[in-house]
Write a protein that binds this ligand. Sequence first.
Ligand code: SF4
Ligand code: SF4
Length: 475
Amino acid sequence: MYNVMSPKAEEFISHEEIEETLKYAYENRKNAELIDKILKKASLKKGLSHREAMVLLDCELEDRNELIFQLAKEIKQEFYGNRIVMFAPLYLSNYCVNGCTYCPYHYKNKHIPRRKLTQEEIKAEVIALQDMGHKRLAIESGEDPVNNPIEYILDSIKTIYSIKHKNGAIRRVNVNIAATTVENYKKLKDAGIGTYILFQETYHKGNYEMLHPTGPKHNYAYHTEAMDRAMDGGIDDVGIGVLFGLNLYRYDFTGLLMHAEHLEAYKGVGPHTISVPRLRRADDIDPDAFDNGIDDDTFAKIVACIRIAVPYTGMIISTRESQKCRERVLELGVSQISGGSKTSVGGYAKDSVENELCDSSEQFEVSDTRTLDEVVNWLMKKGHIPSFCTACYREGRTGDRFMTLLKNGQIANCCQPNALMTLKEYLEDYAAKDTKQTGEALILKEIENIPSEKVKAIVVERLEKIAAGQRDFRF
Ligand code: SF4
Ligand code: SF4
């Protein structure tokens, strides 16, 4: 029944194939010979199959586990360097007709105030985000055809791109909304979105249906096949993910990689990003109902094995995770993080008279509550380069074009200079004194890591122009 090229969810995410994979991995969890063979293949840095990756995830040999973590770090360094791309979520509306049992926005929850931002309120949120220094947003909205129709989402995207406050600009809007039709995906594409993000939550059909007892999201096949429709609608970059803690993590890890394999085989381009959220406490959610949460060590191993299995796919972690946890997984493969996030509708606009209302409408508890400047400062002191780059999408480097550049290593020639130039913009416009000093020193050091002398000279010149007030240079 398993068929990576099938358009049907139940065939490209075959339950039997997952069960067999889990059995195979468990039986081989101490098979040194097989694990070494897989590690040898993984060291070519061209990825692994879901079955091979699952064997590494289950591996119980301590010395081999060390090698797995080591290899994940090497791949991270080789493909992404020490750059970390920054973004923020923007919650537009918490009206939702679905009954997801793990999310406080489920329609039966009467404890939280429902709110949908007007275009004026979106403007205020965007100005607040620009004043923090953000250039890349992920918009989030519940599913509600009456309150949040596609026209509302499209208007909101237009509003976001139109706001230029002081030196600020949102240059890339990623969109995380419910599964929809090819026609609507076309509209999103035409509105100039970056990545379309949709989490599967869990790939286990039975559990999926139990966790989504009512509403359109109940339809497993429609949800699981959404990325195929998004690509049919012309969206090149899609972001997948599961909510770890909803199901047994081994099942979802395998399903996630099978989904990536399907997109690559069937649509010619694998996912642009993979997100690894873990379930968090939230209003009206019974914490005891979800007893298959995962500990930090397992979580780190999942990140490492994803990094090895799909070296070309960016990995995202949100403020759901603590500073400590984020620090660990940044080394192992995460390439994008949020900072200074608010997970409530209207949470950024400081002067909002309804701020109390906002705080009580959080989708989940934020663990890392630091400001964006604190996160930027911390990243730099840990040896990372915070990057506000959005260049690829704006230069048309999306989908297979992006993947080709990534696979032949050429993208690194864009990422490093763009990271330094966008960091410089941040330092000039938004950074606190200590952050600015740390950042200027970092930029001087990191310029030396630009391989091409020609590009280096252009970057030096552009950095001077940024200091003099010009903005938005990119490679
Ligand atoms: Fe609605 Fe999404 Fe929450 Fe489900 S997870 S209740 S679809 S906002
Ligand atoms: Fe991302 Fe492209 Fe910028 Fe590199 S150059 S950080 S891949 S947007």
